[in-house]
Design a protein around this ligand. Structure first.
Ligand code: PCA
Length: 324
C-alpha cells in the first residue's frame, strides 16, 4: 500500500515537472458591448484563433458587456496590467489626447472607404502614443455609420433644442451643446435602462447599437445621417506582450490582422442588416431632411475647427495625410 502511494507520488511529481513545457498563459480581455454585438463576436473568434495558432499556449478570455470593467475604465485597466488586453472606443478618450477622437468628428469620414483612409492616417501615431503608454495596438474596427435616433420627429436641428441627449464621448456631448440639447453621458451597457426611465430621449449611434439596445422599443425615428464611423481598438499591455515567446507573439499578431479584416467586413454587413431590423420593428428609417443634414454639417465644421486648434500641428498633419 505504502509502496503504491510512493510510486503514485513519483508519477505525480514527474507529471508536474513536465508541465512548464506546456505552460499556458491566460489573459483577460474586457470589452464593453454585448456578447452578440459584431465586435464581441469577432473578439470571440479572435480569441479562439489565438488559442489554436499558439497550440494552446495563449488563452484569452473575453469578458463582453462591461462585465469585468466599465467602458471608460478599460484603457486604464490594460495600461496598469489589471487586464492584459481590452477593447476600447477610441473617441471616448479624446480629452486625454485629441488624436484618439479623430474618428469621432462629424462628417470628416462618412463612408467605409474614407474611414479606412482615416485609420491609415491615424494608425502610426496611435501606435506611437499607445507604446509610450505601455501598450500595443492589435487591431481596430469601425462601428457602422452614426445616425440620429429620436423619440419625436426631427425636421431640423431646432427640433433638438432642450432635448435630453445621450452622449458616449466628448464629441457626442459637444454635438448636443452645439444644437442646444442637454448631453447626458450613458454607456451602451446602460442605454436601454436610461431610455426606459426617461433619462434620455435621443442619441446618435449605429444601427448595431440600435438593435443591441432595442432602441425601437423607446424611439420611433431613425435618421440615417451617416455622420462618422468611430472605431473600437483592441489593445494589449506591452509587458504582457513582451512576456510571450516569439512564435506566440506572431500567432497573436496574425490573428489580430485577420480579426481586423473580418471586423470591417462584418461592420458593413451589420449596417445593412440592422437597418432592416429597425424597420421590421416598426421604426421609421429615413434619410435626414436637407435642413437637418445642413445643420449637422455646420456642427461638424465647427467641431473640426475646434479639434484642429486643440490638436495642433500633429492634428493638421494627420488631416493632411488623410486628405492626400
Ligand atoms: N455604438 C457605441 C459607440 C458607437 C456605436 O455605434 C455606443 O453607442 O456606445
Amino acid at each position: 500500500m505504502k509502496r503504491r502511494l510512493f510510486s503514485l507520488t513519483v508519477a505525480a511529481a514527474a507529471l508536474a515537472s513536465s508541465l512548464p513545457a506546456l505552460a499556458q498563459t491566460s489573459w483577460d480581455l474586457p470589452a464593453a458591448y454585448p456578447a452578440t454585438n459584431f465586435h464581441s463576436v469577432n473578439l470571440a473568434t479572435f480569441a479562439s484563433d489565438v488559442e489554436k495558432a499558439s497550440n494552446g499556449k495563449l488563452k484569452i478570455t473575453v469578458h463582453p458587456g462591461a462585465s469585468l470593467f466599465k467602458a471608460p475604465e478599460i484603457k486604464r485597466a490594460v495600461q496598469g496590467g489589471q487586464a492584459q488586453a481590452g477593447e476600447i472606443l477610441l473617441t471616448a478618450y479624446q480629452n486625454e489626447w485629441q488624436m484618439f477622437g479623430a474618428d469621432g468628428i462629424p462628417f470628416l469620414a462618412t463612408s467605409y472607404a474614407d474611414s479606412k483612409k482615416l485609420y491609415a492616417a491615424q494608425k502610426p501615431i496611435l501606435q506611437k502614443k499607445l507604446a509610450e503608454q505601455g501598450m500595443v495596438l492589435l487591431y481596430a474596427v469601425a462601428w457602422p455609420p452614426q445616425g440620429l435616433y429620436s423619440k419625436k420627429p426631427v425636421a431640423s436641428a431646432a427640433d433638438l433644442k432642450g432635448s435630453k441627449w445621450r452622449a458616449y464621448s466628448p464629441a457626442t456631448s459637444r454635438i448636443a451643446e452645439l444644437v442646444g440639447a442637454q448631453p447626458v453621458t450613458v454607456q451602451a451597457a446602460e442605454l436601454s435602462q436610461a431610455l426606459a426611465t426617461g433619462v434620455v430621449e435621443n442619441n446618435m449611434t449605429s444601427g448595431a447599437t440600435g438593435v443591441d439596445s432595442k432602441l425601437y422599443e423607446h424611439l420611433k425615428f431613425y435618421y440615417d445621417v451617416q455622420a462618422w464611423l468611430p472605431k473600437n481598438a483592441v489593445i494589449v499591455n506591452k509587458k504582457a506582450f513582451d512576456a510571450l515567446d516569439k512564435p506566440t507573439q506572431d500567432a497573436l499578431l496574425k490573428a489580430a490582422a485577420d480579426a481586423e479584416a473580418r471586423g470591417w467586413a462584418a461592420s458593413e454587413k451589420v449596417n445593412t442588416d440592422t437597418m432592416a431590423t429597425l424597420k421590421a420593428n416598426g421604426m421609421s428609417v429615413e434619410p435626414p431632411s436637407a435642413a437637418l443634414k445642413a445643420d449637422l454639417q455646420k456642427v461638424g465644421a465647427t467641431m473640426l475647427q475646434e479639434w484642429l486648434s486643440k490638436a495642433g500641428p500633429e492634428g493638421q498633419q494627420m488631416i493632411d495625410a488623410y486628405r492626400k
